[in-house]
Every structure is written in C-alpha cells, then in structure tokens.
Design a protein around this ligand. Structure first.
Ligand SMILES: C[S@@+](CC[C@H](N)C(=O)[O-])C[C@H]1O[C@@H](n2cnc3c(N)ncnc32)[C@H](O)[C@@H]1O
Length: 271
C-alpha cells in the first residue's frame, strides 16, 4: 500500500461531495455526530459567545450546532461544494448568517491560519477528520495551536488505527485483511477514494505538546457500532437510540475509548 497521500484532498471532496453527504445521513454517521456534539457541549464555557474556527469543517456538521447555540463560527475548507452546503444548511435551519463565515482555503499553503480581528486567537479550534489526510500532521497541529488564543481550547479527531483491524476481523469477518491492516501505514477512504494515513493518537499528543499545548481529555467515539455486522439493525430507531446511549457512556472510559472508531483529543493552550 502506498504511503503517498492525495495532493488535493479538497478537490477530492468536491468530487465525492454527494457520496460523502449521503454517508453523513447513515445511522453510524449520525451516532458519530451525536457523540461529537455531546463532547463539545460539555466544554467549560469560555465566554458567552465563543469565536470558533472549524478547520476542514466541510458542511459544518460539527460547528453549525455551535452557531445555533449563539457562538460565532468560521469554517475553512478546500471544498467549495461542501462550504456552499454549510451556508445552505444554515439558511435552511434559520441560523444567524451574520455569525457564520466560510472560506475556501488550501491547507497545503503553510501560511498561519487566520485569527479573528482584534483578538489574540480563537476560543475554540476544531480540526475533525483532517489530520490523517496530511503528509505532515504535526505541521498542521502547530498552526492549529498557534491560532488558538491563550487559554483556548482545541478539539482534534481522526480515525483510530486499532478499529481498522477489529472492524475487518469482526464486522467484516476478514482476518486476513485484519492482519494486513495491523502495520499498514495508510488505508483508502471508501467514500472519497483517497489514501488516509493511519494516524495514532499518541503521535498527535506528541505534536500537541511540542506545539506548546496540553491534552486535557482523551476520548474515543463509536466503540461498538462498528463491530456489528448487521447493517439492517442499525436502521432500527430504538436500537440506534440505545446504542447511542451506550456509546455516550463508553466514549470517555478506558479501555473502550482506546479501540473506538475515532480518537478525540481535547487540548488547552497555556493561559
Ligand atoms: C472527512 S472531511 C471532515 C469534515 C468535518 N470536519 C467532519 O468531521 O464532518 C475532511 C475535510 O477536510 C477538507 N480537506 C482535506 N484536506 C484539505 C486541504 N489540503 N485543504 C483544504 N481542505 C482540506 C476536505 O475538503 C473535507 O471537507
């Protein structure tokens, strides 16, 4: 398997936008976004109105709920199609467009990320499911930390390599694939068709610390639903509701969080 990542993930997402938006409507994606929302809702209030930067925020599935709660949100992404979806979703939901900014950016451009006018940085920086597309994830981590204000918060999420092995062997009943995944440096995104780095939580923890921030919470999102082979049951609303409850209880507890589909780090910059 090649270790070379896509040179233009933004364009790849433009191309695959329809399939990716369809994935977001799947039961397993809905569980994922419910878990993200649960974690973000529990962050200590920094101020009545946060300035939130969502890097690689696509159609704003994580940050539009924050807009709905009264915060100011800026979404940066390389996909014009997904950014247009974010604006359309805000309009559809009657959200305050004056508090939403979207900007098409190329994260390969090494310039510092923007900060809000007349401020020392963002109160909250999200970077969810982007770092594993980067050739040098630590370089982007350093720019994310630099963009947060002193005492600001970051939320970083990426797919957890452990679940690649477990899902192949258990859900897909394919132990050969499980063994192949164990030491594979990359895997291919089923929806977008680009290679993704198998990025360990520990590597990003090291990058966060090297950039001068601290990890204050370590979570895992979706521990059980990815191990269930029967996709049909996942469309049963009552099963999904109970499974979501279980996932909410597991997301902050070891060892469950350690094998979940996604790892999440909550980080804090020095005050
Ligand atoms: C898997 S999606 C995640 C979207 C959102 N954060 C979420 O979790 O729902 C990755 C996003 O990162 C963006 N992206 C990846 N590489 C990029 C790059 N080099 N420049 C700009 N955007 C990029 C893609 O366009 C896409 O919208």
């Amino acid at each position: 398997m090649s270790d070379t990542l896509s040179p233009d993930a933004g364009a790849a997402f433009d191309h695959a936008a329809e399939d990716w938006l369809a994935w977001q409507r799947s039961p397993w994606a809905r569980v994922y976004y419910a878990l993200v929302r649960h974690v973000l809702d529990q962050l200590p209030e920094a101020s009545a109105t946060w300035n939130v930067l969502d890097v690689g925020g696509a159609n704003g599935a994580d940050s539009l709920p924050l807009l709905a709660s009264g915060h100011r949100v800026t979404i940066l992404d390389g996909s014009a199609v997904l950014l247009a979806e974010a604006v359309a979703a805000a309009d559809r939901d009657g959200l305050d467009r004056g508090r939403l900014r979207v900007e098409r950016v190329d994260l390969d451009d090494p310039r510092p990320l923007p900060v809000p006018d007349h401020s020392t940085g963002w109160d909250l920086v999200l970077c969810h499911n982007v770092l594993h597309y980067r050739d040098d994830p630590a370089e982007l981590v350093a720019r994310l930390v630099a963009a947060a204000r002193p005492g600001g918060t970051l939320s970083l999420i990426a797919p957890n390599p452990a679940m690649d092995v477990l899902a192949a062997a258990i859900r897909d009943r394919d132990p050969v694939r499980g063994l192949e995944m164990l030491d594979a440096p990359t895997r291919r995104s089923e929806t977008v068709g680009v290679p993704m780095r198998r990025l360990e939580r520990a590597a990003v923890t090291t990058a966060v610390q090297a950039a001068g921030a601290a990890v204050t919470a370590s979570l895992g999102l979706r521990t059980v639903i990815d191990l269930v082979s029967d996709d049909e049951v996942k469309h049963d609303p009552e099963w999904l509701r109970r499974t979501t409850q279980l996932e909410l209880a597991l997301c902050s507890r070891a060892p469950y969080r350690d094998i979940a589909r996604f790892w999440q780090l909550i980080c804090r910059t020095p005050a």
